[in-house]
Ligand binder design. Sequence first.
Ligand SMILES: *Cc1c(COP(=O)(O)O)cnc(C)c1O
Length: 224
Amino acid sequence: MAVNTEAYKNIKQELDAKNITLVAVSKTKPVEDIKALYELGQRDFGENYVQELVDKEAQLPKDIRWHFIGHLQSNKVKYIAPFVHLIHGVDSIKLLKEIDKQAQKNNRIIDCLLQVHIAQEETKFGFDEDELLNTNFDELHELKNVRVTGLMGMASFTEDMDKVRREFRYLKALFVQFSLLSSVNSHLSTLSMGMSSDYKIAVEEGSNMVRIGSLLFGAREYAK
Ligand SMILES: *Cc1c(COP(=O)(O)O)cnc(C)c1O
């Protein structure tokens, strides 16, 4: 087992002191690894793949808060709607509407973060600045079973840490602007940014939720 419990304790302590939520990203890792951190008190875990999340949820304690951090397809929302705690990667109003529909079926309100495209790479999903600030979000008020509680973003995959910092700073500025829009409800509290390689920078730039995988669970093998 490659779980680094010492790293976990240090990172958790560092983040707790700043009131920052640590989401332990357990994608591709076995349930035993999740249990190891659960036993140390960790409750927020993040997964990227719907089927994997559903399988793990069934095998693990019910007080785990499951974060879906991957790219979510509309037709798969129904599988995670009964239990998911927070969906980070909402990249369209269409997806938000589907989450609302499935949340309603489960008699729940599901919290969501809008994903913002801050990296330069073309492949990243998410709203851009223009969409975020100029979309009429009034219709969100009709969606009674979802709450947009914040924004999420991923910086460029690069060694250039100044660039990463600029992207996080930009997302923080957008978060502030977005919070001020009258059409957005007042639940905006979460800014999810930062991963193993850049979470310290993200925290310096105003993140209050980080998603950390490999520092805690070891490197992933990408056979899947
Ligand atoms: C995999 C993943 C992470 C964690 O990445 P690490 O580099 O292992 O910390 C964080 N956020 C998202 C969206 C991911 O897909």
